[in-house]
Write a protein that binds this ligand. Structure first.
Ligand code: SF4
Length: 220
C-alpha cells in the first residue's frame, strides 16, 4: 500500500488529493490540506473519483470501431491509429488542414499530458480548430475574449474585492470563478463566508427564471 499526492481532474478547481493505492488500484481518496490554499477541500464529485477511476461507470477499456450495421467491434489500437491517420491524410489532401478539428469534453481538460498533446497535434497539422464544451455552450466568452482581449493586469483576488457583481453564475455549485465570476474555485462557500465577514458586498443577478422563484436581483 502506498499514498500518492495528486489532484482532482474533474474541474478547474484542481483540488489537491492524496490517494491510497493497493495492488495498482485506488482504495481511498482524501483532500490534501498540506498542499492546497483551500485546505483539505473536496466536493462530492472529487470524493466520487474512487468509483470513477475504478470503472463504476463502465468505462471504455479498449478501442472500438463502428461496423456497417452501426455496432462497435474491438480493434487493436495500433490498427485504429493507422486507419484514423489514413482518413485524416485523405481529408487534408482534399480539403486542407482546416477541415480537421479537435473537440475535447470536460473530462479531457485536466488530462495534463493530453492537453499538451492535442495542441501539438493541431499545430503539426496546421489547423487552429480546437473546440470544447465551453466553446460550444458558452461561446460568447471566447468570442469576446478573441475580439476584445483580456485584462493584462491579471485577475483580482476575492480578498481584494469590495463589491462583486455576479451575473448568471452560481460559483458555490459550479466552482467556476475567475475569470468569469468573483470567488474561489476551491472551498467557495468558505471563501464567500470569509468575504462577507470582511465586509465585501455582493450583487447577484439571476437573469433566468429559476423555479420556484422569479428572476432575482439580490444585494447582500
Ligand atoms: S471542486 Fe470538486 S470536482 Fe472540482 S477539483 Fe475540487 S474536488 Fe474535484
Amino acid at each position: 500500500m502506498k499514498k500518492v499526492k495528486t489532484f482532482c481532474r474533474n474541474c478547474s478547481a484542481l483540488c489537491s488529493m492524496e490517494v491510497t493505492v493497493e495492488d495498482g488500484k485506488l482504495t481511498h481518496v482524501t483532500g490534501d490540506g498540506t498542499a492546497s490554499p483551500y485546505g483539505a477541500y473536496m466536493c462530492v464529485k472529487g470524493r466520487a473519483s474512487l468509483d470513477f477511476h475504478n470503472g463504476a461507470e463502465d468505462r471504455l477499456l479498449h478501442s472500438l470501431k463502428r461496423d456497417a450495421q452501426g455496432d462497435f467491434d474491438p480493434i487493436d489500437h495500433e490498427q485504429a491509429l493507422d486507419e484514423i491517420a489514413k482518413q485524416l491524410s485523405t481529408l487534408i489532401d482534399q480539403y486542407g488542414p482546416r477541415s480537421v478539428a479537435l473537440y475535447h469534453g470536460t473530462g479531457a481538460y485536466r488530462s495534463v499530458l493530453g492537453a499538451q498533446l492535442e495542441k501539438s497535434f493541431l499545430s503539426a497539422l496546421k489547423t487552429p480548430n480546437l473546440f470544447s464544451t465551453m466553446t460550444i455552450d458558452q461561446s460568447a466568452k471566447w468570442v469576446t475574449m478573441g475580439r476584445m482581449g483580456v485584462m493584462a493586469s491579471g485577475k483580482p483576488a476575492l480578498t481584494d474585492i469590495d463589491l462583486a457583481v455576479i451575473v448568471g453564475n452560481n460559483p458555490l455549485v459550479t466552482h467556476q470563478t475567475m475569470p468569469f465570476a468573483a470567488g474561489e474555485c476551491g472551498a467557495p462557500g468558505r471563501a464567500f463566508t470569509q468575504a462577507k465577514e470582511r465586509g465585501t458586498r455582493f450583487i447577484i443577478i439571476d437573469p433566468r427564471r429559476a423555479a420556484p422563484k422569479p428572476p432575482a436581483l439580490r444585494i447582500y
